[in-house]
Ligand binder design. Structure first.
Ligand code: FE2
Length: 273
């Protein structure tokens, strides 16, 4: 079974699960078959951990807050890293604590294993924005991006995406979209309207291939981290049908069966940890 369609949760509604080693986790999405999962991790002050076990899936992360030193490299806010499976990397400590978004790859995924995948350590904040034109159907969002990783064998891209304020078209309708690959998103700051409601900081979705979605507009602008598991290049199929702009749409998420009612609470907070 692949990952469920979740569109979208606000992580503020998820409990922190405290682990005995001084870590707390919010579990955003899991693939029970492969072990791939996306979690928000909080390291309490003084946290220390040895290298990732050899059988643990590759670890891909973005530091949301605080500082953590991994394998001697100090990672501050919006540092990005990739630690291949079986690389022996991941020894870490955090003196004052940190909050990370972690994308854990599947246990048997050959494309994220050492020897095929390279370790990465980037300061995303210092990277230049790519402002070359995107899809004209998204021109109203005034997008820019920073590509953080291109997976080997077309296994997926990870990137930061931002949109300027007043990202609303003059027209009252826009087409919807589908992709042949999955999409995953975490909202770092700002806000974006979707037919499922307003995505605020801490909004998260995992969208399997082939799901019709959008349109999206943003009055405030936004910064998000996105992944496209299964493709390094996003290919969008636009619908002939046009949909009204979703400004003012109430929060109405698509959730997996058995999700707690508390996940349906609208969230107004400006931060999520
Ligand atoms: Fe999309």
């Amino acid at each position: 079974m692949a990952r469920s369609h979740v569109e979208f949760i606000q992580v503020q509604n998820l409990p922190w699960l405290y682990r005995p080693d001084g870590r707390a986790e919010r579990v955003l999405s899991v693939d029970p078959e492969s072990g791939a999962k996306t979690v928000m991790v909080r390291y309490l002050a003084g946290y220390r951990a040895p290298a990732n076990p050899v059988d643990a899936g590759a670890e891909e992360f973005l530091v949301l807050d605080g500082t953590v030193t991994i394998d001697g490299i100090r990672h501050g806010r919006h540092a990005y890293g990739f630690l291949p499976r079986g690389s022996g990397l991941g020894k870490r400590q955090s003196r004052w604590g940190a909050v990370l978004l972690v994308f854990r790859h599947g246990r048997d995924d050959p494309d994220s294993a050492a020897g095929t995948a390279e370790p990465i350590a980037l300061d995303a904040a210092a990277m230049p924005w790519d402002v070359t034109p995107h899809d004209p159907q998204l021109a109203h969002l005034r997008l820019a991006r920073k590509v953080l990783r291109l997976g080997p064998n077309d296994s997926g891209r990870t990137f930061l995406l931002c949109g300027l304020p007043y990202g609303v078209p003059v027209e009252p309708t826009l087409p919807a979209e589908t992709h042949d690959h999955a999409e995953e998103m975490f909202m770092i700051s700002g806000e974006m309207w979707s037919p499922e409601g307003p995505m605020r900081p801490g909004a998260y979705f995992y969208r399997p291939p082939g799901i019709l979605h959008g349109p999206h507009v943003s009055q405030t602008g936004f910064l998000q981290i996105m992944r496209s598991p299964g493709a390094n290049r996003i290919v969008t199929h636009w619908s002939a049908e046009r949909r009204p702009l979703p400004i003012g749409a109430p929060y109405a998420p698509v959730l997996p069966a058995g999700a707690p009612d508390s996940w349906r609470r609208p969230v107004r907070a400006a931060t999520c940890w």
